[in-house]
Design a protein around this ligand. Sequence first.
Ligand code: FCB
Length: 468
Amino acid sequence: MTSFPDAFLWGAATSAYQIEGSPDADGRGRSVWDSFVERPGAVEGGGDARIACDSYRRWQDDIDILSELGIKAYRFSLAWSRIMPDGRGRANPHGLDHYDRMIDELRRRGIEPIVTLNHWDMPEALLADGGWIGRGSVDAFVEYAVAASDRLGDRVDWWITQNEPWIIQLLGYQLGLHAPGIRDLRGAVTAGHHVLLAHGKAVDAMRSSTSGRIGAALNLLPCVPATASAEDAAAAWGSDGYVNRWFLDPLLRDGYPDDMRAHWERATGAPLDDVIRPGDEAAIAGRSDFLGINFYTHRVMAAAEPGPDRPFPWQVVGSTGEVERTDEGTEIVPDALRDLLIRVHRDYPGVPLMITENGAISGDSPTHDGQVHDVRRTRYLRAHVAAMAEALEAGVPLVGYTHWSLLDNFEWALGYRPRFGLVYVDFRTGERIIKDSARDYARIVRDGGLAAPERARGPQVDSLGAFG
Ligand code: FCB
């Protein structure tokens, strides 16, 4: 038996926009995603999230499923525009009521709520000031965080302020593939900075109404050189600065890394002093009680000449050898999770770590027996649990794991095609079907780890039926 602490938070994760639907209920305002999905071509298949998993109405069904599976923690997000419909000023009590009820019910069932504040659905009204590019976004976020914490803070022990600042910056403001669909390199680095600054200021402001632990969730991608050349090693380190250290260093050390700051200043043609103002780095540093890590894969990097579509001197090339991949081609590298956890603990000691997302697309749907036999998701999950066990054995202070995702859901610009859920959702009827992977996970949760580590990297297919 691998040794996970008794208090380990075995959980599952979702986010509001991806599951809730009911965009007009109870005084919700519009979010940046509501208008983004209306742009022709923005979402594969042309879908929107007006219904999604219908979880705003079916939230009790979701909690029933968590409870049936014995899952101990539920990471979900509050819809920012339900609570601050106009972006600033008035908080909407009806939006808060919804989450109040959910949190009470989770607690009643013995499920730990892990609450994310910004899972990308910023109120549309804040776009008037440039969204995250505008410095006013920082105060707007603090107002929202305080409204949430004033109302819910007595019952929430785990808060995540921001989900994946790098993805907000990259897809929302650099490449324009996510809301608000802006393509502006300097705007992107500015937006990312404001996301972090908002984290720091929100943490300070929330302390008076909650004694819960407050952190941010970063999507970290270990960057591996494609070859043994010095150029590729530099490319991997540069990319590590872009994706990982640019966020880790200010949150968990004392400011942005110089090497990456120089890359940004070169690529955007000007110093960043007007963006990163005196006092900003001090307002971000040293405030996180834990770090959330979203882990999916790694990046294999090679040196490359910068060009119009390549601001930095590196590119992702992928692995050349045999590597297992998900349905979408994402490389499955659980050992990289173990190594990443050990590295983060070594470079930023003293901070508890939580895997706030980890999961895989696997398109399985119900077969003749009405069940979903998603063998590959089971294998993926077990391999990553084994990697976490190895990290724990190496001394990493890992406190929890919330699998992405509890439910098949609206996968942003990719629409409904990619299925990440432990639970299948029929998007026409809203029906939920617990997949085999969820039953296997339930057993891991019950046992507090993998009972037979030798099976960690590949369960026998016929063993899956045994606990259905
Ligand atoms: C992460 C997001 C999450 C989901 C997964 C697949 O980047 O945080 O909402 O889209 O990827």
